[in-house]
Write a protein that binds this ligand. Sequence first.
Ligand code: NAD
Ligand code: LMR
Length: 340
Amino acid sequence: IDQPQVLSEREVASIERQQTAMSAPKAKVAVLGAGGGIGQPLAMLMKMNPLVSDLSLYDVVGTPGVAADLAHIDTAAKVTCATGPEELSKALYGCHLVIIPAGVPRKPGMTRDDLFNINAGIVQGLCEGISKYCPKAWVAIISNPVNSTVPIAAEVFKKAGTYDAKKLLGVSKLDVCRAKAFWAELAGVIPAKVDVPVVGGHAGVTILPLLSQATPKVDLAKDKAKALMERIQNAGTEVVEAKAGKGSATLSMAYAAAEFGNSCLRAMAGESNITECAYIESNVTDLPFFATKVTLGPDGVQDVGSLGRLNELEQENLEALKAELRGSIQKGIDFVASGK
Ligand code: NAD
Ligand code: LMR
Protein backbone atom coordinates (compact mmCIF):
# COMPACT_ATOMS: atom_id res chain seq x y z
CA ILE A 1 0.00 0.00 0.00
CA ASP A 2 1.35 3.41 -0.94
CA GLN A 3 2.03 5.54 2.08
CA PRO A 4 0.53 9.05 1.81
CA GLN A 5 3.40 11.37 0.98
CA VAL A 6 4.16 13.84 3.74
CA LEU A 7 5.57 17.08 2.39
CA SER A 8 8.01 19.15 4.35
CA GLU A 9 7.18 22.78 5.13
CA ARG A 10 9.73 23.80 2.54
CA GLU A 11 8.12 21.65 -0.17
CA VAL A 12 4.65 23.00 0.64
CA ALA A 13 5.98 26.57 0.46
CA SER A 14 7.64 25.80 -2.87
CA ILE A 15 4.41 24.34 -4.34
CA GLU A 16 2.43 27.33 -3.09
CA ARG A 17 4.96 29.65 -4.71
CA GLN A 18 4.70 27.79 -8.01
CA GLN A 19 0.90 27.92 -7.85
CA THR A 20 1.03 31.63 -7.16
CA ALA A 21 3.38 32.06 -10.11
CA MET A 22 1.16 30.00 -12.40
CA SER A 23 -2.08 31.74 -11.49
CA ALA A 24 -0.62 35.21 -11.15
CA PRO A 25 -1.28 37.87 -13.73
CA LYS A 26 1.91 38.17 -15.77
CA ALA A 27 3.75 41.45 -15.78
CA LYS A 28 5.60 43.65 -18.25
CA VAL A 29 8.92 44.66 -16.75
CA ALA A 30 11.30 47.24 -18.21
CA VAL A 31 15.01 47.52 -17.47
CA LEU A 32 16.29 51.01 -18.32
CA GLY A 33 20.06 50.87 -18.82
CA ALA A 34 19.79 47.28 -20.00
CA GLY A 35 23.07 47.34 -21.91
CA GLY A 36 25.16 48.10 -18.84
CA GLY A 37 27.12 46.18 -16.25
CA ILE A 38 24.05 45.77 -14.01
CA GLY A 39 21.48 45.94 -16.77
CA GLN A 40 22.64 42.85 -18.67
CA PRO A 41 22.72 40.31 -15.82
CA LEU A 42 19.59 41.88 -14.31
CA ALA A 43 17.80 41.47 -17.63
CA MET A 44 18.90 37.84 -17.74
CA LEU A 45 17.60 37.18 -14.22
CA MET A 46 14.27 38.84 -15.05
CA LYS A 47 14.06 36.72 -18.22
CA MET A 48 14.19 33.69 -15.91
CA ASN A 49 11.37 34.98 -13.67
CA PRO A 50 8.07 33.14 -14.30
CA LEU A 51 6.07 36.20 -13.22
CA VAL A 52 7.39 38.18 -16.19
CA SER A 53 5.44 37.91 -19.44
CA ASP A 54 7.20 40.77 -21.29
CA LEU A 55 10.72 41.98 -20.73
CA SER A 56 11.43 45.38 -22.22
CA LEU A 57 15.08 46.33 -22.60
CA TYR A 58 15.96 50.00 -23.02
CA ASP A 59 19.30 51.76 -23.29
CA VAL A 60 20.84 54.52 -25.36
CA VAL A 61 23.15 51.97 -26.94
CA GLY A 62 23.57 48.21 -27.35
CA THR A 63 20.07 46.89 -26.66
CA PRO A 64 19.57 44.87 -29.88
CA GLY A 65 22.51 42.59 -29.06
CA VAL A 66 21.43 42.00 -25.46
CA ALA A 67 17.83 41.37 -26.57
CA ALA A 68 18.82 38.92 -29.34
CA ASP A 69 21.03 37.03 -26.90
CA LEU A 70 18.41 36.82 -24.12
CA ALA A 71 15.59 35.92 -26.53
CA HIS A 72 17.27 32.54 -27.07
CA ILE A 73 16.76 31.55 -23.43
CA ASP A 74 13.81 29.14 -23.40
CA THR A 75 11.71 30.83 -20.73
CA ALA A 76 8.31 32.40 -21.31
CA ALA A 77 9.11 36.11 -21.04
CA LYS A 78 8.96 37.79 -24.45
CA VAL A 79 11.94 40.09 -24.97
CA THR A 80 11.63 43.42 -26.79
CA CYS A 81 14.20 46.16 -27.16
CA ALA A 82 14.25 49.89 -27.68
CA THR A 83 17.18 52.25 -28.15
CA GLY A 84 17.36 55.99 -27.55
CA PRO A 85 14.81 58.58 -26.38
CA GLU A 86 12.68 58.31 -29.51
CA GLU A 87 11.94 54.68 -28.59
CA LEU A 88 11.39 55.23 -24.86
CA SER A 89 7.60 55.28 -25.29
CA LYS A 90 7.72 51.82 -26.88
CA ALA A 91 9.87 50.52 -24.02
CA LEU A 92 7.59 51.84 -21.30
CA TYR A 93 4.09 51.49 -22.68
CA GLY A 94 2.07 49.04 -20.55
CA CYS A 95 4.82 48.39 -18.00
CA HIS A 96 3.93 47.24 -14.48
CA LEU A 97 7.45 47.50 -13.08
CA VAL A 98 10.31 49.70 -14.28
CA ILE A 99 13.79 49.03 -12.89
CA ILE A 100 16.40 51.75 -13.49
CA PRO A 101 20.13 50.96 -13.44
CA ALA A 102 20.93 53.65 -16.08
CA GLY A 103 23.83 55.98 -15.43
CA VAL A 104 27.54 56.15 -14.78
CA PRO A 105 29.22 54.12 -12.01
CA ARG A 106 32.00 55.22 -9.62
CA LYS A 107 35.74 54.93 -10.13
CA PRO A 108 38.21 54.69 -7.22
CA GLY A 109 38.38 57.94 -5.24
CA MET A 110 34.85 59.05 -6.13
CA THR A 111 31.82 59.30 -3.87
CA ARG A 112 28.35 58.36 -5.10
CA ASP A 113 27.49 62.07 -4.96
CA ASP A 114 30.21 62.71 -7.56
CA LEU A 115 27.87 60.93 -10.02
CA PHE A 116 25.06 63.43 -9.40
CA ASN A 117 25.89 65.80 -12.27
CA ILE A 118 25.47 63.09 -14.91
CA ASN A 119 22.97 60.71 -13.34
CA ALA A 120 20.48 63.30 -12.06
CA GLY A 121 19.59 64.33 -15.61
CA ILE A 122 19.43 60.71 -16.80
CA VAL A 123 16.99 59.72 -14.04
CA GLN A 124 14.96 62.88 -14.55
CA GLY A 125 14.57 62.18 -18.29
CA LEU A 126 13.62 58.55 -17.78
CA CYS A 127 11.07 59.44 -15.08
CA GLU A 128 9.50 62.05 -17.36
CA GLY A 129 9.00 59.17 -19.81
CA ILE A 130 7.49 56.96 -17.09
CA SER A 131 5.03 59.68 -16.10
CA LYS A 132 3.86 59.88 -19.74
CA TYR A 133 3.87 56.25 -20.86
CA CYS A 134 3.31 54.07 -17.76
CA PRO A 135 2.30 56.42 -14.92
CA LYS A 136 0.88 53.59 -12.81
CA ALA A 137 4.02 51.43 -12.88
CA TRP A 138 6.10 50.62 -9.82
CA VAL A 139 9.51 52.28 -10.20
CA ALA A 140 12.66 50.79 -8.63
CA ILE A 141 15.68 53.10 -8.77
CA ILE A 142 19.22 51.74 -8.67
CA SER A 143 21.09 54.68 -10.29
CA ASN A 144 23.34 56.53 -7.87
CA PRO A 145 23.33 58.62 -5.84
CA VAL A 146 20.13 56.82 -4.74
CA ASN A 147 19.79 59.24 -1.79
CA SER A 148 19.16 62.00 -4.38
CA THR A 149 17.83 60.17 -7.46
CA VAL A 150 14.73 58.90 -5.61
CA PRO A 151 13.76 62.46 -4.52
CA ILE A 152 14.43 63.55 -8.13
CA ALA A 153 12.01 60.90 -9.40
CA ALA A 154 9.41 61.97 -6.81
CA GLU A 155 9.66 65.62 -7.90
CA VAL A 156 9.35 64.70 -11.60
CA PHE A 157 6.24 62.63 -10.89
CA LYS A 158 4.76 65.39 -8.69
CA LYS A 159 5.27 67.92 -11.51
CA ALA A 160 3.52 65.56 -13.92
CA GLY A 161 0.70 64.85 -11.44
CA THR A 162 1.44 61.11 -11.42
CA TYR A 163 3.27 60.70 -8.10
CA ASP A 164 2.34 57.68 -6.01
CA ALA A 165 4.77 57.46 -3.10
CA LYS A 166 3.79 53.84 -2.50
CA LYS A 167 5.19 52.82 -5.89
CA LEU A 168 8.52 54.67 -5.85
CA LEU A 169 11.25 52.53 -4.33
CA GLY A 170 14.96 53.21 -3.99
CA VAL A 171 16.82 49.90 -4.21
CA SER A 172 18.96 49.58 -1.08
CA LYS A 173 18.72 45.80 -1.08
CA LEU A 174 22.39 45.29 -1.91
CA ASP A 175 23.23 46.68 1.54
CA VAL A 176 20.96 44.03 3.05
CA CYS A 177 22.56 41.26 0.93
CA ARG A 178 26.00 42.33 2.11
CA ALA A 179 24.92 42.60 5.74
CA LYS A 180 23.36 39.14 5.55
CA ALA A 181 26.41 37.60 3.85
CA PHE A 182 28.80 39.04 6.45
CA TRP A 183 26.52 38.24 9.41
CA ALA A 184 26.01 34.65 8.24
CA GLU A 185 29.79 34.17 8.17
CA LEU A 186 30.03 35.49 11.71
CA ALA A 187 27.10 33.43 13.01
CA GLY A 188 28.27 30.30 11.21
CA VAL A 189 24.93 29.75 9.46
CA ILE A 190 23.77 29.97 5.84
CA PRO A 191 22.63 33.46 4.74
CA ALA A 192 19.05 32.22 4.17
CA LYS A 193 18.73 31.81 7.95
CA VAL A 194 19.82 35.39 8.61
CA ASP A 195 17.93 38.66 8.89
CA VAL A 196 19.65 42.04 9.19
CA PRO A 197 17.61 45.22 8.74
CA VAL A 198 19.55 48.02 7.04
CA VAL A 199 17.98 51.48 7.30
CA GLY A 200 18.83 55.08 6.40
CA GLY A 201 20.07 55.70 2.89
CA HIS A 202 22.48 54.23 0.37
CA ALA A 203 25.85 55.98 0.70
CA GLY A 204 28.64 55.71 3.27
CA VAL A 205 27.52 56.68 6.76
CA THR A 206 23.88 56.96 5.68
CA ILE A 207 23.83 53.15 5.41
CA LEU A 208 22.81 52.02 8.89
CA PRO A 209 22.79 48.27 9.53
CA LEU A 210 20.85 47.47 12.70
CA LEU A 211 23.11 44.69 13.93
CA SER A 212 21.45 44.71 17.37
CA GLN A 213 18.28 43.46 15.62
CA ALA A 214 20.06 40.88 13.45
CA THR A 215 19.04 37.25 13.79
CA PRO A 216 20.36 34.81 14.80
CA LYS A 217 21.77 36.81 17.70
CA VAL A 218 25.54 37.04 17.98
CA ASP A 219 27.10 38.73 21.00
CA LEU A 220 29.43 41.35 19.54
CA ALA A 221 31.60 43.72 21.54
CA LYS A 222 31.03 47.39 20.61
CA ASP A 223 34.33 47.68 18.69
CA LYS A 224 33.57 44.53 16.64
CA ALA A 225 30.03 45.75 15.90
CA LYS A 226 31.45 49.13 14.83
CA ALA A 227 33.98 47.44 12.52
CA LEU A 228 31.27 45.32 10.90
CA MET A 229 28.98 48.32 10.52
CA GLU A 230 31.79 50.18 8.77
CA ARG A 231 32.53 47.22 6.50
CA ILE A 232 28.89 47.19 5.37
CA GLN A 233 28.95 50.97 4.88
CA ASN A 234 32.12 50.73 2.78
CA ALA A 235 31.30 47.52 0.90
CA GLY A 236 30.49 49.37 -2.34
CA THR A 237 33.87 51.09 -2.17
CA GLU A 238 35.52 47.71 -1.51
CA VAL A 239 34.15 46.54 -4.90
CA VAL A 240 35.01 49.81 -6.68
CA GLU A 241 38.61 49.50 -5.49
CA ALA A 242 38.86 45.81 -6.40
CA LYS A 243 37.58 46.60 -9.90
CA ALA A 244 40.27 49.28 -10.14
CA GLY A 245 38.59 51.69 -12.54
CA LYS A 246 36.33 49.20 -14.30
CA GLY A 247 33.17 50.23 -12.46
CA SER A 248 31.32 49.21 -9.32
CA ALA A 249 29.22 46.27 -8.15
CA THR A 250 27.28 44.80 -11.06
CA LEU A 251 26.71 41.07 -10.44
CA SER A 252 25.73 41.33 -6.77
CA MET A 253 23.59 44.36 -7.66
CA ALA A 254 21.87 42.50 -10.47
CA TYR A 255 21.14 39.65 -8.03
CA ALA A 256 19.82 42.07 -5.39
CA ALA A 257 17.65 43.93 -7.93
CA ALA A 258 16.27 40.70 -9.38
CA GLU A 259 15.30 39.50 -5.90
CA PHE A 260 13.81 42.90 -5.13
CA GLY A 261 11.95 42.92 -8.46
CA ASN A 262 10.64 39.44 -7.73
CA SER A 263 9.27 40.65 -4.38
CA CYS A 264 7.51 43.54 -6.16
CA LEU A 265 5.95 41.15 -8.71
CA ARG A 266 4.84 38.68 -6.03
CA ALA A 267 3.22 41.48 -4.02
CA MET A 268 1.60 42.87 -7.18
CA ALA A 269 0.21 39.39 -7.85
CA GLY A 270 -1.48 39.35 -4.45
CA GLU A 271 0.96 37.35 -2.34
CA SER A 272 0.97 38.58 1.25
CA ASN A 273 3.72 39.16 3.83
CA ILE A 274 6.33 40.29 1.29
CA THR A 275 8.90 42.40 3.11
CA GLU A 276 11.98 44.22 1.84
CA CYS A 277 14.16 47.09 2.99
CA ALA A 278 13.69 50.01 0.59
CA TYR A 279 14.46 53.74 0.45
CA ILE A 280 11.10 55.49 0.23
CA GLU A 281 9.18 58.61 1.15
CA SER A 282 8.79 58.13 4.85
CA ASN A 283 7.79 59.67 8.17
CA VAL A 284 9.67 57.18 10.33
CA THR A 285 12.20 59.96 11.09
CA ASP A 286 12.13 63.71 10.47
CA LEU A 287 13.73 63.11 7.04
CA PRO A 288 11.39 63.03 4.03
CA PHE A 289 13.02 59.89 2.57
CA PHE A 290 14.43 57.01 4.57
CA ALA A 291 15.05 53.30 4.08
CA THR A 292 13.37 50.87 6.45
CA LYS A 293 11.79 47.47 6.25
CA VAL A 294 8.49 47.73 4.39
CA THR A 295 5.67 45.33 3.60
CA LEU A 296 4.67 45.33 -0.04
CA GLY A 297 1.07 44.85 -1.14
CA PRO A 298 -0.72 44.81 -4.49
CA ASP A 299 -0.58 48.62 -4.76
CA GLY A 300 2.97 49.17 -3.54
CA VAL A 301 4.20 49.88 -0.04
CA GLN A 302 1.48 48.75 2.35
CA ASP A 303 3.19 49.15 5.72
CA VAL A 304 6.33 50.94 6.76
CA GLY A 305 8.16 49.22 9.59
CA SER A 306 9.32 51.22 12.59
CA LEU A 307 12.98 51.49 13.52
CA GLY A 308 12.55 49.37 16.63
CA ARG A 309 14.95 49.66 19.53
CA LEU A 310 18.44 50.93 18.58
CA ASN A 311 21.49 50.41 20.72
CA GLU A 312 23.80 53.28 21.64
CA LEU A 313 26.10 52.85 18.61
CA GLU A 314 23.17 52.73 16.19
CA GLN A 315 21.51 55.74 17.82
CA GLU A 316 24.75 57.74 17.47
CA ASN A 317 25.03 56.72 13.82
CA LEU A 318 21.40 57.60 13.16
CA GLU A 319 21.95 61.13 14.46
CA ALA A 320 25.22 61.41 12.52
CA LEU A 321 23.73 60.38 9.16
CA LYS A 322 20.86 62.85 9.20
CA ALA A 323 22.74 65.93 8.01
CA GLU A 324 24.23 64.14 4.98
CA LEU A 325 20.99 62.42 4.01
CA ARG A 326 18.97 65.61 4.40
CA GLY A 327 21.46 67.44 2.15
CA SER A 328 21.32 64.74 -0.54
CA ILE A 329 17.52 64.75 -0.53
CA GLN A 330 17.38 68.53 -0.82
CA LYS A 331 19.96 68.47 -3.63
CA GLY A 332 17.64 66.20 -5.64
CA ILE A 333 14.59 68.36 -4.95
CA ASP A 334 16.48 71.55 -5.88
CA PHE A 335 17.74 69.96 -9.11
CA VAL A 336 14.23 69.42 -10.44
CA ALA A 337 13.03 72.80 -9.13
CA SER A 338 15.90 74.54 -10.95
CA GLY A 339 14.55 73.20 -14.26
CA LYS A 340 18.01 72.10 -15.43
P1 NAD B 1 27.33 50.88 -16.65
O1 NAD B 1 28.06 52.08 -17.14
O2 NAD B 1 27.94 49.55 -16.85
O3 NAD B 1 25.88 50.84 -17.29
C1 NAD B 1 25.04 51.94 -17.31
C2 NAD B 1 24.17 51.86 -18.53
O4 NAD B 1 23.31 53.00 -18.53
C3 NAD B 1 24.98 51.91 -19.86
O5 NAD B 1 24.63 50.84 -20.68
C4 NAD B 1 24.55 53.24 -20.47
O6 NAD B 1 24.49 53.22 -21.90
C5 NAD B 1 23.16 53.40 -19.86
N1 NAD B 1 22.64 54.75 -19.97
C6 NAD B 1 23.30 55.93 -19.88
N2 NAD B 1 22.43 56.95 -20.09
C7 NAD B 1 21.21 56.39 -20.28
C8 NAD B 1 19.92 56.92 -20.55
N3 NAD B 1 19.70 58.23 -20.66
N4 NAD B 1 18.91 56.05 -20.73
C9 NAD B 1 19.11 54.72 -20.63
N5 NAD B 1 20.30 54.17 -20.39
C10 NAD B 1 21.34 55.00 -20.21
O7 NAD B 1 27.03 51.12 -15.09
P2 NAD B 1 26.52 50.04 -14.02
O8 NAD B 1 27.68 49.42 -13.38
O9 NAD B 1 25.47 49.21 -14.64
O10 NAD B 1 25.87 51.03 -12.91
C11 NAD B 1 24.71 51.78 -13.22
C12 NAD B 1 24.31 52.65 -12.05
O11 NAD B 1 23.93 51.85 -10.93
C13 NAD B 1 25.43 53.56 -11.54
O12 NAD B 1 24.90 54.83 -11.25
C14 NAD B 1 25.88 52.89 -10.25
O13 NAD B 1 26.46 53.78 -9.34
C15 NAD B 1 24.56 52.36 -9.75
N6 NAD B 1 24.65 51.29 -8.75
C16 NAD B 1 23.76 51.32 -7.72
C17 NAD B 1 23.77 50.31 -6.77
C18 NAD B 1 22.79 50.33 -5.65
O14 NAD B 1 22.98 49.61 -4.66
N7 NAD B 1 21.70 51.07 -5.72
C19 NAD B 1 24.70 49.27 -6.86
C20 NAD B 1 25.59 49.26 -7.92
C21 NAD B 1 25.56 50.30 -8.86
C1 LMR C 1 27.26 49.86 -4.28
O1 LMR C 1 26.91 50.01 -3.12
O2 LMR C 1 27.96 48.89 -4.66
C2 LMR C 1 26.81 50.84 -5.31
O3 LMR C 1 26.17 51.93 -4.73
C3 LMR C 1 27.89 51.25 -6.25
C4 LMR C 1 28.95 52.09 -5.62
O4 LMR C 1 29.29 53.12 -6.20
O5 LMR C 1 29.48 51.73 -4.58
